[in-house]
Design a protein around this ligand. Sequence first.
Ligand code: XMP
Length: 321
Amino acid sequence: QWTTASIVDDQVARIRAQIGDGHAICGLSGGVDSAVAAALVQRAIGDRLTCVFVDHGLLRAGERAQVERDFVAATGVNLVTVDARQRFLSALAGVTDPEEKRKIIGREFIRVFEQAARDLKAKGEAEFLVQGTLYPDVVESGGGTGTSNIKSHHNVGGLPEDLRFSLVEPLRLLFKDEVRRVGLELGLPETIVHRQPFPGPGLAIRIIGEVTAGRLETLRAADAIAREELSAAGLDSDIWQCPVVLLADVRSVGVQGDGRTYGHPVVLRPVSSEDAMTADWTRLPYDVLERISTRITNEVADVNRVVLDVTSKPPGTIEWE
Ligand code: XMP
């Protein structure tokens, strides 16, 4: 019978056997899987692990701090943050097509991460690449939710010659709930271990229209309010996730104070799901919806309307792009 503690001990022993006195690198996405994989490897080889966090500027409020402050405090891991916000904004300028956004973000992410890996490798500080691949990913590779978006690219064969790594995949035999238990066993904060799914391309696919710095700021503020109110109402474990979407290319007329406004709508997309393959819209209490709506329209400049998405999946997807 496997207990969580024995899974940890077993994995730590295996990682030590695989890496020996070598060095490893791990990309952190802010999600559960990469965090737990990194924490396991850190437990096994200590400061011979370096984590790399690419800030693409498409994260929600507080997510960078969660990695830089909370994850580092919990694990003591070596962390390199690459600030690539401007690079991603430039690459996304003028782009409105959802698939094109995803492709650009995936491509830029790989380039930034590879450069960081190349730098560490040149210093002799990375021969192994840690990935948070889970058992379901192994069985049916391709359909990941919330995992690192470098996954399909960083397999050993697909990399340039100077960037070949041996893979370390300590979560290969685990399901998501086991990964969360291992994370707690390793002392990771609840906010990381129980984080709801968040797409790799981040807020870029929740802005309908071109992604700009100002629009990101608007969406980030609205999203933070929705998350705050849902948490305060104790609803985090009742919903699978609640994307907040900015209809940046739509304007509607409103009235606020004694003036006419002409602002953007924000969509709340609370969903209930088991595995994200199908989903139902969550019947949130009206008083919670009201608080979110009032606060967003009062506190977020440029947003004068909050609407609720009542579409299940299918026919809708969870995200709008
Ligand atoms: P959809 O919109 O396809 O989303 O119903 C299903 C689940 O997947 C998440 N999602 C992504 N996760 N990279 C990710 O890591 C992505 O590009 C991506 N797109 C969607 C979404 O948040 C939901 O949980």
